[in-house]
Write a protein that binds this ligand. Structure first.
Ligand code: FES
Length: 147
């Protein structure tokens, strides 16, 4: 994970942005993923029958499942990370999302295609085009869809 002020969010191992799925976990019915599979990033991609691929994790001690596509340039949020303050951070330009209501709380950072990002404008759009959120719960050491 890159954390320098003008860097991007993750090392992708390729020159391309993380817009492809990264071998999502397969849900088993409503059981999305075991907690131990979340790892250090606190979020993974999970392929579901009902909702397609979701970003599923735990933020501030609470489970979440949200749509997987960043509102900025479509990076896969399940390849990002959960921050110390409980936001879901995009792996590409580090926009942050509130996983409770799906709103973008902080716009993209660093440089985007060589220019300073239009962070405030993107954040304004991201506040309106929220991520879809799905109710989940923790049961038997795993995250489950609850509705
Ligand atoms: S693609 Fe997510 S912040 Fe740019």
């Amino acid at each position: 994970m890159r954390n320098e002020p003008h860097g991007r969010g993750v090392e992708t191992g390729t020159p391309f942005p993380p817009v492809n799925h990264d071998e999502p976990h397969e849900a088993r019915g409503d059981r999305l993923v075991r907690l131990e599979a979340l790892g250090d990033r606190g979020v993974v991609e999970v392929r579901t029958e009902r909702h397609g691929v979701l970003a599923v994790g735990v933020a501030a001690g609470r489970p979440f499942a949200v749509s997987n596509v960043c509102r900025h340039q479509f990076a896969k949020l399940g390849r990002g990370r959960v921050t110390a303050d409980g936001c879901l951070e995009c792996p590409w330009h580090r926009a942050r999302y509130d996983v409770e209501d799906g709103s973008m709380t902080s716009g993209p950072k660093g440089r985007v295609f060589g220019v300073k990002p239009y962070s405030a404008a993107v954040k304004a759009i991201g506040g309106r085009l929220r991520l879809a959120t799905h109710p989940v719960e923790i049961r038997d050491g795993a995250i489950w869809l609850s509705a």
